[in-house]
Design a protein around this ligand. Structure first.
Ligand code: MYA
Length: 207
């Protein structure tokens, strides 16, 4: 088998490949829309059969929820950067480009499944990206917490199918209260800026 090179990026394997395939199905369903209407029932039956097959592999829900408390699993399956979760775009935060000032940085391009206003990203999806990346910034700063308040300024509609840069930075802490900011932008333009108040739990979230 040939080794991946700079021009042939590594393909996902295992559950990540499964999630990537499921993600491409979601994308294709939205892009095909009514243009595939006459085959919709047949294709739906095939997809349901695959879902049934996966269901047969799944452990009882309580067991799976218990497993998900493990940090490595929460990273793999989270809905923003998680490569194992078909719901995640996924936002690539593997090279955080931490400029030394605590800023975390990620890149993502969003397609039609994430559309709100025509040709642009749904505002709730922008809030999801911001909330998550601010959580990552807080985790990296050693002050992980729960979101108590999230304020977003939507300066410009966020375009679909364009590589976006998502940044977040822990700004200050006051006891258990943590203040964090973030942005979504591209090409030097800021589309969204956000500020979040996070509260550190009295007892750690994970054992
Ligand atoms: C390397 C590491 C990487 C890490 C990667 C991790 C990635 C993960 C990323 C995932 C990220 C995803 C993240 C998510 O999705 S987190 C999920 C979304 N958020 C929630 O579900 C939170 C729900 N709310 C709660 O559980 C509680 O209300 C919390 C825990 C927030 C506070 O309840 P708690 O009982 O603990 O606190 P307290 O009531 O004693 O208050 C304490 C102080 O805080 C002040 N206060 C409280 N609320 C507000 C408010 N709304 N505005 C202004 N102020 C507020 C309050 O006045 C007080 O101040 P003071 O009187 O002391 O001055």
């Amino acid at each position: 088998m040939s080794q991946p090179t700079a021009t042939t990026p590594a393909q996902p394997a295992g559950t990540e490949a499964l999630a990537a395939a499921a993600r491409s199905v979601v994308d294709a369903v939205v892009r095909a829309g009514d243009h595939c209407a006459e085959r919709a029932a047949e294709l739906a039956a095939r997809l349901r059969a695959i879902a049934d097959e996966l269901d047969r592999c799944a452990p009882p829900l309580q067991d799976r929820l218990g497993e998900m408390r493990e940090f490595s699993r929460s990273v793999k399956y989270n809905p923003v950067t998680g490569p194992g979760n078909p719901f995640s775009p996924p936002l690539d935060c593997t090279d955080p480009d931490d400029a030394g000032d605590g800023t975390v940085r990620g890149a993502v391009a969003l397609g039609l499944p994430y559309q709100g206003p025509p040709g642009h990203v749904h505002g709730g999806i922008s809030a999801l990206l911001m909330d998550h990346m601010m959580g990552v910034a807080n985790g990296r700063a050693g002050v992980p917490g729960m979101t108590a308040r999230l304020t977003l300024d939507y300066h410009r509609p966020v375009p679909l199918y364009q590589e976006l840069t998502v940044t977040a930075r822990h700004r200050s802490s006051d006891g258990r209260k943590v203040l964090t900011t973030g942005t979504i932008g591209a090409g030097g333009e800021t589309y969204v800026s956000a500020e979040g108040l996070f509260i550190q739990p009295r007892t750690p979230l994970r054992e």
